[in-house]
Design a protein. Structure first.
Length: 220
């Protein structure tokens, strides 16, 4: 079994490789929305990888970061398939922020005020926020439709328990080292899969599952 330091060394290598891809002109100089979203998710992966170094002795933060990285990979894989998928993701992101604003405006926790007159324009503004609404694909649906249902069931579901604090009575402080010894290889594999997509957006789902060492497990 590899040591924690060996896993962290590999993590550093994965992060450095991602940084090199981010510096590539294809991403930095492109005006295409799909390229911008891919770049955004790659930068998130770099930050998550760096955060894992900082929290390398803490099971809860690392498992939470593992789940976030897994979700980002699922999104990246789906977005990389087409510009239409990228546009849907962008609209849903704006819709999420519009919903947050609408809920707080309707609840009286905030208001829209005309900058010059000071007049309350909240009621007039609310319909504009409503028009920004757009459906967001559920991660499970997105994963299964992309051929990555195994990744969702095996890794995403497992790490979600820590995110939602549903590990009481299941994982204890004594299990922290074991959890970390499982999490870091998974994080490194997720980063490797993200690098594959960055290099080739046509990377098939089967190759992603191979990199994650779950291609031979049953089901879809």
């Amino acid at each position: 079994m590899r040591s924690r330091n060996e896993h962290l060394l590999e993590l550093r290598q994965m992060v450095d490789q991602l940084k090199a891809r981010v510096d590539h002109a294809q991403y930095r100089n492109s005006d295409k929305q799909q390229d911008k979203i891919v770049l955004h998710l790659m930068n998130r992966a770099i930050q998550i990888g760096e955060a894992c170094f900082v929290a390398s002795d803490l099971a809860t933060p690392v498992l939470v970061l593992l789940r976030v990285l897994c979700e980002d990979l699922l999104l990246l894989f789906w977005i990389s398939r087409s510009e239409e998928n990228a546009a849907g993701y962008a609209k849903a992101s704006i819709s999420d922020f519009a919903k947050i604003a609408r809920v707080n405006l309707q609840g009286g926790r905030a208001k829209v005020v005309h900058r010059s007159t000071g007049e309350d324009k909240t009621e007039a503004f609310l319909p504009k926020l409503k028009r920004l609404g757009a459906p967001r694909k559920r991660i499970e649906t997105l994963a299964r439709n992309s051929g990555l249902g195994k990744l969702y069931d095996i890794l995403y579901r497992f790490a979600s328990s820590e995110v939602h604090a549903n590990t009481f009575g299941v994982l204890s402080a004594a299990d922290a080292d074991e959890a970390l010894s499982t999490a870091f290889p998974a994080i490194n594999s997720l980063l490797q899969a993200i690098i594959l997509i960055a290099d080739n957006r046509s990377t098939p789902a089967e190759e992603i599952l191979r990199v994650l060492h779950i291609e031979d497990l049953g089901g879809r």
